[in-house]
Design a protein around this ligand. Sequence first.
Ligand code: PLP
Length: 359
Amino acid sequence: MAHAATSSPISSALSHARSENGYTEIDWDKLGFGLTPTDYMYVMKCSRDEEFTEGQLIPYGNIELSPAACVLNYGQGLFEGLKAMRRENGKLVLFRADQNALRMRIGAERVCMPSPSVDQFIDAVKQTALANKRWIPPPGKGSLYLRPLLLGTGAVLGVAPAPEYTFLIYASPVRNYFKEGNAALNLYVEDQFDRASRGGAGGVKSITNYAPGLKPLERAKKNGYSDVLYLDSESGKYIEEVSTCNIFVVKDSIISTPPTKGTILPGVTRKSIVEIALENGFKVEERQIAVEELLEADEAFCTGTAVVMVPVGSVTYKGKRVDYQATNANSMCKRLMSLYSGIQNGLIEDKKGWIIEIN
Ligand SMILES: *Cc1c(COP(=O)(O)O)cnc(C)c1O
């Protein structure tokens, strides 16, 4: 995998002057969730019967692949997503990066790839964040999204695991995922297309799970919805998750979320919210939730690293739209969000070792 000499990583790095305080000179207030190329990426390779040993930082840029690379032909690839945040006191932190590392290991086992150890993963994430430090937004202006990839980059012709693998991490400063910002989402309950099925790869962050979701997502957006809410593929009765985030339902102050049993991506944010809610004395149930129950809920919200926590403003199912009181300052979403972001920004003590300082 060679770095393309003609592409623009160096020039793009130079085109942004460094300001006095060490930040890149960009308009942080205009940041959304698009790709802003940064200075460096991390690359580490190994062959099928080896383990990953050592990687390196190289300038961000295009990579070279065989046309027969397994990832291109058969989708042998996983991704992860986590954020480096800048606190008011200047500390740079990661949140539960070990959980992303473990999830990548589970996914790698499912799609027959060797994977970095938890320590290798965390070390690589730290190195990538630090090398692109000037792109970590000021406190309150967003974060540096880190995107680890594990790809079967070796060439194959028949369907088989690749002979060679590449672990890569790139980074981009980001802010709000949805154009709605933190405003409530209008979800379309998808009753034609499924995201995942029993025995499939819905429970791991396999790249193969996302292209089939583009059509339902495009259609929903064209019709004015923010995103799609998928149902279980077996009965079509129970809610599963949204394109890139998990869902919670609140009724009579009881918080519920569907169990992650292979068809739902086990979100690190989801898991953290469940733990925070339980510790703060709320009742949490992980169980199947029928669409009708969602329609009768007091409140619903979505969680994910990219989206963080966003309230659901409305749900449309088979032509029927239900609206929620999503702007209530005392909502469960807002209360849990302040506990969650408090741990991340340091206002609440991290008693669980979730925060990893990187500088
Ligand atoms: C990544 C992802 C999530 C959220 O997981 P986090 O670890 O909280 O970021 C939820 N659902 C899907 C389909 C995802 O790809």
